[in-house]
Write a protein that binds this ligand. Structure first.
Ligand code: PXG
Length: 290
């Protein structure tokens, strides 16, 4: 038996968990998703992830066929049925099965999928020594076109960024917006620390409203940092004392090289370590029991 997957109202073995080749999630990337974590049997910020999922759906005129409460139940049940304590959860809602044309009116039932699996973490070394990041040539999607705040299944912009970064020998790619301001990386938000200031670009610069980002803003305030959301340039990043990325999978991971410039002393900064520790306390303290 493999993993038990929730698909269209039923739990089935992963071998039976299949979608149609006419599903518009596949044909057009027409859909949305979420990535969540459980820590020691508790879902971190379940309500916030569900809120963001339904907001993404609203933005693309997609009506999720189950209520938010039911979605929360399904997510918890998927983790329970797979007997997972520490897990990564992927929720996917596609426009559903249609025909080969792009008209979503031909898709009557959105497809709802929930997968809970073991979590794959970055090797510990990256949390000590940091990642290298390069600015990539491809700009982040315009907020006026496909707003990066929508966690859509259309991740080509992000994937191109990841490929460009890999080709340049870096771990992650830094996306600028069309005005040249810093937005985020391919799958993580970005923060800098300069003196007592903790800064991250505003969502309106063209970034996902990250749930880890939100937790870090809260932690920053409680540890006495002066937290602000402001437009950042590459110059601000190069001259920061510390820099780190945030995301559900990566948690808080330091950045020690940006476009060939060493940040701080080339190791994870003191405040980054402190925020990471506070984050680990938070995920164990908070959370919805499965
Ligand atoms: N920006 C983007 C573009 C993301 O996709 C984040 C920021 C961080 O948001 P949260 O809410 O997770 O703090 C994300 C989410 C992966 C992977 O496998 C990562 C994400 C999504 C899907 C896959 O690295 N990150």
């Amino acid at each position: 038996m493999g993993l038990l997957i929730y698909i269209d109202g039923k739990f089935v073995d992963e071998k039976q968990a299949k979608i149609s080749v006419f599903d518009h999630g596949l044909l057009y990337g027409d859909g949305i998703f979420e990535g969540l974590r459980t820590y020691s049997g508790k879902v971190f910020r379940l309500g916030q992830h569900i809120q963001r999922l339904y907001k993404s759906a609203k933005a693309i005129f997609l009506e999720i066929p189950i209520s938010k409460d039911k979605m929360a139940e399904v997510i918890k049940a998927t983790v329970r049925k797979n007997k997972l304590k520490d897990s990564y959860i992927r929720v996917v809602v596609t426009r559903g099965k249609g025909d080969l044309g792009l008209d979503p009116r031909k898709c009557s039932n959105p497809t709802v999928i929930v997968i809970a699996s073991k979590i794959e973490l970055y090797p510990e070394e990256y949390y000590r020594n940091g990642l290298s990041v390069v600015t990539i040539a491809t700009r982040r999607n315009l907020i006026e076109s496909l707003n990066p705040a929508v966690k859509s299944l259309n991740y080509l912009n992000n994937i191109l960024g990841k490929i460009e970064a890999t080709n340049a020998g870096a771990m992650e790619g830094l996306f600028l917006n069309n005005e040249g301001y810093v937005t985020e990386c391919s799958g993580e938000n970005i923060f800098i620390i300069s003196g007592n200031f903790l800064c991250t670009p505003p969502i309106s610069a063209g970034a996902l409203d990250g749930i880890t980002r939100d937790a870090v803003i809260q932690i920053g305030k409680t540890v006495g940092l002066d937290v602000s959301e402001k437009l950042l340039t590459r110059y601000d990043l190069y001259n920061a004392d510390e820099c780190f990325l945030t995301g559900t999978a990566a948690e808080i991971v330091p950045v020690t090289l940006i476009d060939g410039r060493t940040i701080g002393n080339g190791k994870s900064g003191i405040l980054t370590c402190k925020i990471r520790k506070e984050f680990h306390n938070l995920v164990l303290k908070e959370g919805t029991p499965i």
